[in-house]
Write a protein that binds this ligand. Structure first.
Ligand SMILES: Cc1cc2nc3c(=O)[nH]c(=O)nc-3n(C[C@H](O)[C@H](O)[C@H](O)COP(=O)(O)OP(=O)(O)OC[C@H]3O[C@@H](n4cnc5c(N)ncnc54)[C@H](O)[C@@H]3O)c2cc1C
Length: 169
């Protein structure tokens, strides 16, 4: 059985690892359009706040680790740009060199997650406005803090993650 998983963070990575435990012979391909897989989102605020200082500590597993430990073919900077369910085929764009190719599958798992909502407000594109969803977001905020040493911050949104995590910053 050949399985393609779209998305390589919490959902995609756990599905891949679980699948390998259930089926030792399956061919498993995990596609991630970003640079990183299987990172600890819950650790990102601690990195921004300086409690986690090592970037490497944010990663639970690397593409190489997935390969050697679970025999999973992890392709970062690889975006699924089209799915053809009739043909059981995914079109993939290699974001490093722009090439596009197709890969067949028997089963497809979608775990593309979500993106932060930026409300269409005047000034929303100001470079001092950040969102925090993934590793590059956290690096960007930390770098800004280190460079500009801001004394005040305004957090917009007061859901569970903000209340439980941002108090650490
Ligand atoms: C700051 C922060 C703190 C959090 N803290 C906690 C916590 O303490 N406890 C808790 O339970 N949860 C926490 N969460 C929530 C948790 O991180 C999310 O529920 C989890 O990341 C969702 O995982 P996911 O795999 O569904 O989606 P995502 O993490 O969004 O991953 C989806 C991935 O799919 C990739 N992708 C999307 N489309 C494509 C495509 N077409 N081709 C290839 N790749 C694609 C994206 O690049 C992305 O990397 C936190 C979240 C944040 C942002």
């Amino acid at each position: 059985m050949k399985v393609i998983i779209i998305g390589g963070v919490a959902g995609g990575a756990s599905a891949a690892a679980r699948l390998r435990r259930l089926d030792e012979s399956a061919q498993i391909i995990m596609l991630e359009r970003g640079d990183y897989v299987s990172f600890a989102n819950c650790g990102l605020p601690y990195y921004v706040g300086g409690e986690i200082t090592e970037k490497e500590s944010l990663f639970l597993q690397t593409p190489e680790g997935f390969r050697s430990r679970f025999n999973i073919d992890v392709r970062v900077r690889s975006e699924a740009v089209a799915v053809f369910p009739q043909e059981k085929m995914v079109r993939i764009k290699n974001l490093s060199d722009g090439t596009v190719y197709e890969e067949s599958y028997d089963k497809l798992i979608l775990s593309p997650g979500a993106e932060p909502l930026k409300p269409p407000l005047p000034g929303i594109d100001d470079p001092r406005i950040f969102t925090l969803r993934n590793v590059p977001d956290a690096f960007k905020i930390r770098d800004y803090i280190d460079l500009h040493k801001p004394q005040r911050a305004l957090v917009v949104g007061g859901g569970y993650i903000v209340v439980s995590r941002w108090q650490k910053i």
